[in-house]
Design a protein. Structure first.
Length: 726
């Protein structure tokens, strides 16, 4: 545009000094926001006028990194079309090179060791650039100008194929050829991907898929499938425009797609499930594999069930040697793990269910500005754990870590905290944690305060309040709102397990204005794994001892006697208002699911069988104190015959009843803004029905889009809760 001046990266972001006529500068600022480079995000522009310097050129200056870093950690980016083209061009010097990359694509967070993002602060620092790469790196007109992960076959990382004892079988192109042959041969491979290892195998080979299930000890939880391209995906799944956009986006998440009627994918990939978690190749390595295969592959996290995804070659060998036949590894270290993100289209908009590679740890900008410059650390919940750091008006949430049930998972949790604090060079002044005294994350927060950072203040935050605030942050809402918070379990201020909550959110606090009638959960935590226990607890509340006779087919004689004694004497039978457990109970009452082999299995089965055309509802009562009495609902369900056909109607009516309850409570609240949050709202039928019904009443529904509605969003909500108190 014939403007003069310079541009550089600073610890505050990008600084541009520009000189020219007023009119041209204004056009420049407009164009900057419309024509910004791919994958860049402009959060805001601060403009200052200075006196003219009279220069007549424009320069790109060296980054200066003197102050503490306040720039952003970038998300990893899927391979771009230009690089893909070059990789497939036999005359290109990076032909078939699995680490081809440029300024517009490739690893970021997963190779980053510090800020600002420059090569010496990445795991590429041990690969000195060759003369040709260096020339590209230093040429401002080159697509690889300052591309930090830049590499070529001469100077960059390479791949190796190992057997499951770590013996090198082949390297470089031969390793790739042998890998492809092994996949065709029905073998299970562990491959080092971008943010961790994947376990891969032929997704059409039922025998191999079952073998993977056995070896991974994962009976039913769906596996993700990698298709070679969008047209290939359409052979197996229905893909709408928005889903396509997500699949080919630079974040390249797993997108939940509806299976086609005659879908030629092994049944065991996602048993009893109308969806397939679908993903497209996003690294050069994936493309090199998929281009040579005539079938889609399973691409599931390379971990032992319950553990975080492996990122290190040796560690992967140790953890996965019983699962994988072969290992395709490389020597570019992964600095931080990042699982594949999971997104689905719900109510015509993307909803991130697992926020990880590509999205995290990009900041969420909030209206809560922590002006005193001290940071807040939030340690999250227990399931689907994430941690978050709030600095000024940004909340930086770690990628998905997982359930904190194992020592390794807990290590991942600690790593994530240390990484965020280290990269942003901050010592948190406030630490937020869940109210639950027994969560590992809570205990960790207490320990950090005692051992690591002096003068930090602890803030216990109620679980469902955190859900509600994360929903508000997601929608950029402040002020008051009425929150419907439904999930599996969260510790309540009265020491009971909450989970079917109605909260009135005020300026800096909340009031619990309603909840489901409580019922006992025989066996406590065990009930989350055994929907039949939730069913028995629910029925015991409804019809006392008659319940044991009615549900005896779900238990052995011995079991039922033990549970009877427990319920009658209130031994290990905590009371709960959990909506999640009610879904489990109804699913079990209809004989759909006795045991959950993964979180949400019973509720998903119930959702999937619902007859979408059915409009009927069941009874319920709302008491003056806001307690929702579900006993009329259960009475109605028990009156019906539980045949396969009728179950579809019952499930629909159950979902419709819940929508009616939401609307009644919303209207009673006298609030305009209605939040729908908590793990239960991953249920498409429930969420879409509720959105429609709330809108019909002239109220405004809000739900999750970029922050998970499940416990993955808890850490962000905790940050907001503390910010409101400061
Ligand atoms: Zn590229
Ligand atoms: Zn090179
Ligand atoms: Fe929750």
């Amino acid at each position: 545009m014939n403007l003069s001046g310079w541009v550089k990266n600073t610890s505050k972001g990008v600084t541009i000094e520009i000189e020219g006529s007023n009119e041209t500068i204004n056009i420049f600022i407009k164009r900057l926001q419309i024509e910004n480079p791919p994958n860049s995000t402009i959060y805001n522009i601060h403009k200052i006028y200075i006196s003219p310097k009279g220069k007549n050129n424009f320069k790109i200056l060296q980054s200066n990194i003197t102050q503490s870093p306040n720039t952003t950690i970038l998300g990893d980016i899927a391979l771009c079309a230009d690089c893909l083209h070059e990789m497939n061009d036999p005359s290109n010097r990076r032909y078939n090179y699995p680490f081809i990359t440029c300024t517009n694509c490739g690893p970021r967070y997963t190779i980053m060791t510090g800020l600002p993002y420059d090569r010496p602060k990445t795991t590429m620092q041990d690969f000195p650039l060759c003369a040709q790469c260096k020339a590209e790196y230093e040429n401002p007109t080159d697509r690889r100008f300052h591309a930090q992960p830049l590499a070529c076959p001469d100077c960059g990382p390479h791949i190796e194929l190992w057997d499951n004892n770590g013996v090198i079988l082949a390297e470089k192109e031969i390793a790739m050829q042998k890998t492809i042959a092994a996949i065709k041969d029905g073998k299970i491979l562990a491959i080092k991907s971008l943010g961790g290892f994947h376990l891969i195998c032929n997704a059409q080979n039922e025998k191999t898929v079952q073998l993977l299930r056995t070896r991974k000890n994962r009976p039913k939880k769906p596996f993700a499938v990698m298709f070679s391209n969008i047209n290939d995906t359409k052979k197996y799944c229905r893909v709408c425009e928005q889903e396509k956009k997500l699949l080919i986006s630079s974040q390249a998440p797993i997108v939940l797609l509806q299976k086609k009627k005659r879908c030629n994918i092994a049944y065991s990939v996602s048993p009893d499930n109308p969806y397939i978690g679908s993903i497209l190749p996003y690294t050069p390595l994936h493309y090199l594999l998929l281009q040579e295969l005539s079938f889609p592959i399973i691409a599931t996290s390379g971990n032992q069930t319950g553990e975080p995804i492996c990122i290190d070659n040796k560690e992967a060998l140790l953890q996965l040697k019983e699962i994988a036949d072969l290992f395709l590894v490389h020597n570019r270290p992964i600095a931080h793990r990042a699982d594949d993100s999971i997104v689905r289209i719900i109510a015509k908009e993307p909803m991130i269910l697992r926020r990880a590679r590509g999205y995290a740890p990009l900041p969420i900008i909030t209206q809560h500005n922590n002006n005193n410059k001290e940071s807040i650390l939030a340690v999250g919940g227990h399931l689907k754990n994430t941690v978050a750091l709030a600095i000024e008006n940004k909340i930086i949430s770690s990628p998905h870590i997982g359930d904190l049930n194992t020592p390794k998972a807990f290590e991942g949790h600690e790593d994530a905290i240390n990484t965020l604090c280290k990269i942003y060079k901050t010592k948190p002044a406030y630490i937020a944690h869940d109210l639950h005294p027994d969560y590992q994350s809570t205990k960790n927060a207490q320990q950090i305060t005692q051992q690591k950072y002096n003068n930090t203040t602890l803030y216990p935050i109620q679980h469902h309040y955190a859900h509600a605030l994360s929903c508000m942050a997601d929608n950029n809402l402040t002020g008051t709102a009425f929150a419907v918070v439904w999930d599996g379990a969260g510790y309540g201020t009265d020491g009971n397990i909450w989970g079917g909550e109605f909260l009135h959110i005020t300026k800096d606090a909340y009031k619990r204005t309603g909840h489901f009638l409580q019922f006992p959960l025989p066996g406590g935590d065990l009930a989350a794994k055994e929907p039949r226990r939730a069913a028995l607890g629910l029925l015991y509340k409804y019809e006392k001892n008659k319940a044991f006779e009615r549900l005896k087919h779900l238990f052995s004689e011995n079991e039922i006697e033990l549970i009877k004694t427990a319920l009658q004497n209130k031994i290990n039978c905590p009371t709960t208002s959990s909506a999640g457990r009610m879904f489990d109970a109804v699913s079990s009452l209809l004989d759909l699911c006795k045991y959950n082999s993964f979180e949400g299995e019973a509720a998903m089965k119930l959702e999937f069988i619902a007859d979408a055309k059915e409009t009927g509802t069941y009874g319920f009562k709302i008491r003056k104190n806001g307690v929702v009495d579900w006993r009329p609902t259960i009475a109605n369900i028990l009156e019906e015959k539980h045949t396969e056909e009728k179950n579809a109607i019952i499930s629909a009516r159950w979902h419709n009843t819940l929508t009616t309850i939401i609307v009644k409570m919303a209207k009673n609240s006298k609030e305009q803004n209605i939040l729908l949050t908590g793990g239960c709202f991953q249920n498409t039928l429930l969420l879409e029905n509720a959105i429609k019904a709330i809108t019909k009443e002239g109220l405004k529904p809000y739900w999750h889009k970029k922050i998970p509605t499940n416990d993955g969003g808890i850490s962000i909500g905790q940050c907001i809760a503390v910010n409101k108190k400061l």
